[in-house]
Ligand binder design. Structure first.
Ligand SMILES: NC(=O)c1ccc[n+]([C@@H]2O[C@H](COP(=O)([O-])OP(=O)(O)OC[C@H]3O[C@@H](n4cnc5c(N)ncnc54)[C@H](O)[C@@H]3O)[C@@H](O)[C@H]2O)c1
Length: 258
């Protein structure tokens, strides 16, 4: 592994599970010091411990991204503990089954809080890169699987609407902040993952009919792996992406090409 991110300081939300954990580990593998944050503080600690055990440098904080004050404070703590900040990943998110208010609060306001406080700090510190984790649901509407889980439909218009609206919003925020900070050496991009094997999709993927439904949505005929999102994120925050800002990059096995 080359060390593209050698000595960079990365702050990741929702780092206790799934994509957040995979991105934390990948950025550490590429040389970054990682502040792992999550509303589930012990899960964030676990990710930090995994990194330390494999020789990387990491720390953990409990952080609920819906609280603007706490986001600001956590970013300041990372800056004082590690002595700077170069990378911010606004990844924390939940599925639409949590209802309109909660879904918008975590998935959209949470990302806004990160951008609002993170982008100016990066600018002040000389520049950096931000990645927001949107979704294919930030580009297209979602198809209903029609599958029932524990007596409840796995997806429905209200659930999909909340998730789709929140993720379309993340792409809007990405573009707006990208142009606002373009001259301040802060690049801001979004990743739009297709369906990936993580705890978030486990309800569906552990059922054969659920997995087959999801596989068929991707022209590549399979779901993605968390490391495939992590490698895209590591690229976007690295100098290899030095002229890329304001994009929403699908990493989706062709899902949005149809
Ligand atoms: N898995 C997929 O198929 C998929 C596809 C597209 C986009 N995404 C997006 O990727 C991101 C990560 O999802 P995942 O699949 O890793 O899910 P996950 O459930 O495995 O992990 C999400 C993490 O976010 C944390 N979290 C939840 N609410 C929070 C809050 N208020 N503040 C801070 N942390 C909070 C959880 O504790 C958890 O550790 C989400 O934004 C999700 O919408 C996932």
């Amino acid at each position: 592994m080359n060390e593209r991110l050698d000595g960079r300081i990365a702050f990741i939300t929702g780092a206790g599970s799934g994509l957040g954990r995979a991105m934390a580990i990948r950025m550490s593998d590429e040389g970054a010091l990682v502040m792992c944050t999550d509303v589930n503080g012990s899960a964030a600690e676990d990710t930090s411990a995994l990194i330390s055990e494999s020789g990387g440098q990491a720390s953990a904080l409990e952080l609920d991204v819906t609280n603007e004050f706490d986001v600001d404070e956590a970013l300041n703590k990372a800056i004082s503990e590690f002595g700077g900040l170069n990378i911010l990943v606004n990844n924390a998110g939940i599925g639409g089954r949590n209802g309109w208010e909660q879904t918008l609060s975590v998935n959209l306001t949470g990302v806004y809080n990160g951008l609002l406080h993170g982008a100016p700090k990066l600018a002040e510190l000389g520049g950096g890169a931000i990645v927001n984790i949107a979704s294919i649901a930030g580009l297209n509407a979602l198809l209903s699987s029609g599958i029932t889980l524990n007596g409840v439909p796995s997806s429905g218009p209200e659930r999909s609407a909340a998730y789709v609206a929140s993720k379309h919003g993340v792409i809007g925020l990405t573009k707006q902040f990208a142009i606002n900070f373009a001259k301040e050496n802060v690049r801001i991009n979004a990743i739009c993952p297709g369906y990936i094997y993580t705890p978030m999709t486990q309800n569906l993927t552990e059922k054969e009919e659920g997995r087959e439904f999801l596989e068929a949505l991707h022209p590549m005929g399979r779901l993605g792996e968390d490391r495939e999102i992590a490698s895209a994120a590591a690229f976007l925050v690295s100098d290899d992406a030095s002229f890329i800002t304001g994009v929403a990059l699908p990493v989706d096995g062709g899902y949005t090409a149809r």
